[in-house]
Design a protein. Structure first.
Length: 732
């Protein structure tokens, strides 16, 4: 047994000595001049190498020595040709442990022939213009420009370059923002080396990579110096993605310096004190030229909570090639900014970082000037925090716009609020379905939320066409609040076109606001369909008589829908596949209330029409139902038929706000402002007004002329037989 152990020990010592001898072997260059000066090193050992579309495929298993096509190549040892290939870009010849690739072998040589070092021309370079020189057999190559042994002479007076240090969540490409890290961290650095003065040797890989963590002053080490990579011998090519980070390619070397060559590793900050640290990255070439780079990093608690999802208010443009996107203030405490992405057709989303970079956390709007006319574009907004790693909210709803010199000719109103019905996500893109249909007809449009209507930021009667989307309403919710009802009534007093789509609108409105429902939607609510329905078809003798479309919920199941029947001044235009009423139509000049306006009221949501082609066809039919009237619309409301108090605009406001009201007939009216405690703040008006529309301005002062503080105030309009109340918000 002792003899066997001694033999094993001797064998190991012999292997070590042999390896040391191989490492120490020095040889001159395989091209003239052999030993007077060094040659261009165009590629160093263990650089990243791609293969086709795979950008991180294998390690560079040799060094590239610059030599123009047809250059003479010599063996660096006396030896025998052991293998060769004469054709192809990778033609080569091997003598002993050394291989010369991109070299066309001397036609006078063959396997088994002897060659003399620096005398026998073993081949000439092909059109790759360099020798790919390999020291060692396949899979066990060593670095031919190692610090001891290898190619000589080699003078390298250049230190490597470190381009950057970045931090990523372990095993991902998600970067920590602002160098604020937590959990398991990958430290990633791009680096390269200029090896010598060769014509293309200024962008080579580095020989050694190390890193070390220090305290915030950079003087006290927190970790030992860690050297994951020192390229003396070729690793397995399967490890190349452990070493090189995504983004590396033929000439870009991005090192994941917290990994081991053989597998994943990381900087574990879970048990590290919170606060600032200094990270030092160090790279070296084979001639002891060293470069270091420092980076400040902050270890923060792990935060996995995303900011609140942005809520869009409106996307409004004009005929001067400008548009503004507005959203509600986001109260997330760690909000760091927004990403604004866009699409033209809904098939792919893009983000322009420069645009997102112009949006600050405190912003509630973004304006784009000099935007192209006659181009439809759709936007969504994502909020992100400053955590490590960054948390991103769900995207907002999708709002679209199309500008034209004529100004917007349509308004899409997003009143889709319910997320516990057939749609259970935080956001939707259903307004884009309308936008794409309007795009198909080259109709310019804006998009708004119903909140913007209630706040008085957008007025329906500024547009000739309104597409009001309500989705799947709940029984206990009102699709139209009073402010919206007021705007709808005023809009229909003009001669615009209004489309309303949704489910259970009648259930919510017919009992609570029967006069508004019948006078403005011109239908009777007859409950829900007796069975789930999956399609609609046009009624014979109407513009929709050739229309038929499948309707399905997002889960691809049939649903019970609202059954509608017409009044005397309207007609049924669509039926469900069970023949119950699906949509009513009130034409212009049809008599009754709102004789100048045109209305289509659908008992099912437009967005549930299965295909965009059918959705486009639906809007196309509507646009052709009254083309003459739609060309020259004057949608200014006529004299009001009711007493109306609109929501003040703007709201919230500072320092002034406009208050509009309408009188159906001449009479006494007073408008007073109260605080939350019910105390009288200001009498805005007290006297008689003629029939028609009127407006007043409140300057945020009380009856004594003093500015009142920020807060909620109530505006009451009262007459002999009517009374209205509106809530206002003053923000100083």
């Amino acid at each position: 047994m002792i003899i066997k152990m001694l033999n094993l020990k001797n064998f190991i010592l012999a292997v070590i000595l042999l390896w040391a001898n191989i490492q120490a072997q020095t040889y001159n260059w395989p091209a003239k001049p052999f030993n007077i000066q060094d040659h261009s090193i165009n590629g160093t050992f263990c650089e990243n190498r791609p293969d086709g579309s795979v950008l991180r495929d294998h390690f560079h298993d040799g060094v590239d020595i610059g030599l123009g096509q047809g250059g003479e190549v010599y063996s660096v040892i006396n030896g025998t040709v052991t293998s060769l290939t004469r054709t192809g870009v990778n033609a080569y010849i091997r003598v002993g442990r050394y291989a010369y690739v991109h070299v066309t072998p001397n036609p006078a040589l063959d396997i088994g022939d002897n060659v003399v070092a620096y005398q026998t021309i073993i081949g000439t370079t092909n059109d790759q213009n360099h020798i790919h020189f390999k020291d060692g057999y396949s899979g066990s190559e060593i670095n031919a420009i190692r610090s001891t042994g290898g190619l000589s002479p080699l003078v390298d007076n250049y230190s490597p370059t470190i381009v950057y240090i970045k931090y990523f969540i372990n095993k991902t490409t998600q970067q920590f923002s602002n160098n604020r890290v937590s959990g398991l961290v990958d430290i990633v650095s791009q680096a390269y080396d200029r090896t010598n003065d060769g014509y293309s040797g200024s962008n080579n890989g580095v020989y050694r990579v190390s890193y070390q963590i220090f305290d915030s002053t950079g003087t006290e080490p927190v970790t030992a110096k860690i050297t994951p990579y020192k390229f003396d011998q070729i690793p397995s090519h399967s490890y190349v993605t452990n070493v090189f980070f995504e983004g590396s390619d033929l000439s870009t070397y991005i090192y994941n310096i917290t990994n081991k060559v053989t597998g994943d590793s990381y900087w574990d900050t879970r048990n590290v004190d919170r606060g600032f640290y200094q990270v030092k990255v160090e790279v070296e070439d084979t001639r002891n030229n060293i470069t270091e780079k420092w980076s400040t990093v902050e270890v923060v608690p792990q935060d996995k909570t995303a900011p609140d999802t942005p809520e869009l208010l409106a996307l409004i443009g004009n005929n001067e090639k400008n548009w503004t996107l507005n959203w509600f203030k986001n109260d997330s405490t760690d909000l760091d900014g927004y990403n604004l992405s866009f699409t033209y057709w809904g098939d792919s989303w893009n983000e322009n970082p420069s645009i997102s970079g112009m949006i600050n956390p405190a912003d509630t709007s973004f304006t784009w000037n000099n935007f192209a006319n006659n181009v439809s574009i759709f936007f969504r907004l994502v909020a992100h925090d400053d955590a490590g790693p960054t948390n991103f909210s769900d995207s907002s709803d999708v709002y679209g716009i199309r500008l034209a010199d004529s100004g917007p000719q349509a308004l899409i109103v997003d009143g889709f609020d319910r997320t516990d019905g057939y749609w259970n996500k935080k956001s939707h893109m259903f307004s884009m379905y309308y936008g794409l249909a309007l795009t198909d007809l080259s109709i310019p449009f804006n998009t708004t939320s119903d909140d913007a209507l209630r706040l008085g930021q957008v007025n329906l009667y500024d547009y000739p066409r309104i597409f009001y989307m309500l989705g799947d309403e709940q029984y206990n919710e009102k699709p139209f609040e009073i402010a919206e009802q007021t705007q709808i009534e005023q809009f229909l007093q003009g001669n615009g076109m209004l489309l309303i789509s949704g489910n259970r609108i009648g259930k919510a409105m017919a009992s609570s606001y029967p006069d508004f429902y019948s006078n403005n939607l011109h239908a009777t609510y007859s409950g829900l369909t007796t069975v789930p329905v999956d399609s609609v078809f046009g009624v014979e003798g109407t513009p929709f008589e050739d229309f038929k479309a499948a309707i399905k919920s997002p889960s691809d199941s049939a649903m019970t829908m609202e059954v509608l029947n017409p009044l005397a001044d309207s007609q049924l235009i669509l039926k469900y596949n069970n023949s119950e009423g699906a949509a009513v139509y009130k034409a212009r000049n049809s008599g009754g209330e709102h004789s100048s306006s045109m209305l289509i009221y659908m008992g099912f949501p437009y967005e549930l029409i299965v295909s965009q082609e059918k959705r486009n066809q639906f809007i196309d039919i509507i646009s052709k139902m009254d083309p003459t009237a739609l060309e020259n619309l004057d949608n200014t409301p006529t004299a009001p038929e009711k007493f109306v108090l609109e929501q003040n605009y703007p709201n919230p406001f500072n320092p002034t706000t406009t208050i509009r009201f309408a009188m159906a007939k001449s009479g006494f009216v007073n408008l007073k402002i109260y605080d939350r405690a019910g105390r009288l703040v200001r009498i805005l008006f007290n006297g008689s007004r003629s029939a028609g529309s009127h407006q007043l301005v409140w300057d945020g002062k009380n009856d004594s002329g003093q500015e009142v503080s920020s807060g909620v105030y109530f505006l009451r309009m009262k007459g002999s037989d009517f009374s209205f109340m509106k809530k206002m918000m003053l923000l100083r």
